[in-house]
Design a protein around this ligand. Sequence first.
Ligand code: AMP
Ligand code: ZN
Ligand code: FE
Ligand code: FE
Length: 278
Amino acid sequence: MEYDLHVHTTASDGLLTTDQVIARASQSGLKGLAITDHDTVAGIPSPASERIVLKSGVVIIHGIEINTDFHNEEVHILGYYINAGNKALLDRLAEVKQLRQQRASQIVNSLNDMGFAIDMQRVQQLAGDSIIGRPHIARAMIEKGIVGTVEEAFNLYIGRGCPAYVPRYHLLPDEAIILINNAGGVPVLAHPGLIHQSGIIEQILNMGIAGIEVFYPEHTPKQVRDLLNLARERALLITGGSDFHGMGKTRNKLGGAGLNYNLFSTFVEKAWRYRQNR
Ligand code: AMP
Ligand code: ZN
Ligand code: FE
Ligand code: FE
C-alpha cells in the first residue's frame, strides 16, 4: 500500500527515528505516512504544521495514538492532522509521561517480586527521553534471557491478565477524542478488530469518533469487510496502517497495510471536511 497511516518511532516504542522511518518509506516507494506515536508528538518532524510534503513528494501527516483503557480493554485512539503545539494536549501528555513512568516502575517491581532481576535503570535507558512503555520492559526481559520475544513477554508476564500486569492510569477513550478534537485533529479508532467485547465499538462510535482503522495487518478479511460496511453505514472515515515499530516482523512491515491512492484521497477530503465543520 502506498499510504501507511500508522507508524511508530523512537519517540515512543518504535526502534527507528523519524528520519530513519522516512528514509525507509522513501526507499520502499511509499507515497505517504502518518507518524502516530503513543501518547507523544515528539516524533513529529515539523510541529508548526499538521502535515508536510517532502522534496521527494512523500506526504507526512502529523498524528498521535493515545492509549486508553475501557472496560478492561486496550482501546487506542488515533488522531490525524493534530496541532502539535496545542497546550491542553501537551499538558495532558506531560502528565501521562509521568504516569507511564510510575506504571513501568510498578511492573518492574512486580517482576522483581517474581524473582526476575530486571533493572529499572536499564528499562529507562532503553526508553531514553521517550515515552516509556511495556515494550521497553519486554526488551529488558529479552536481554536477561527471560523471554525470547516481546510477544512472549506480553503473553506470559506483562500483558493483560498476566501476573506482572499493572492497569493503566485513568485515561478513557472519550477524553482522548476530546483532546484530539481540541487540537484540531481527526479522531479515529485504531485496530477495532483487536477489541474483544462486542458493544465496545458501538460505545466508542457514540463518543464521537470520526473514523475507524479498517486496514490493519491483524484484521481478517471478514473483519475488513464488516468494518467497511460499518464505515459506510455510519459515514465514518476509513483509514489503514501497518503499526510499524521497526521490529522486522513481517506482519508489521512498513507499508504492509494502509490505503491506496483512491482511499487516501477520500480520507484527505473527508478529514478536511470534518475539520471545517467541527
Ligand atoms: P503500554 O502503552 O505501555 O501499555 O504498552 C502497549 C504497547 O505495547 C502497544 O501499544 C503495542 O505497541 C505494544 N504491544 C502490546 N501487545 C503486544 C504484543 N503482544 N506484542 C508486542 N507488542 C505489544
Ligand atoms: Zn507501540
Ligand atoms: Fe495500538
Ligand atoms: Fe500503534
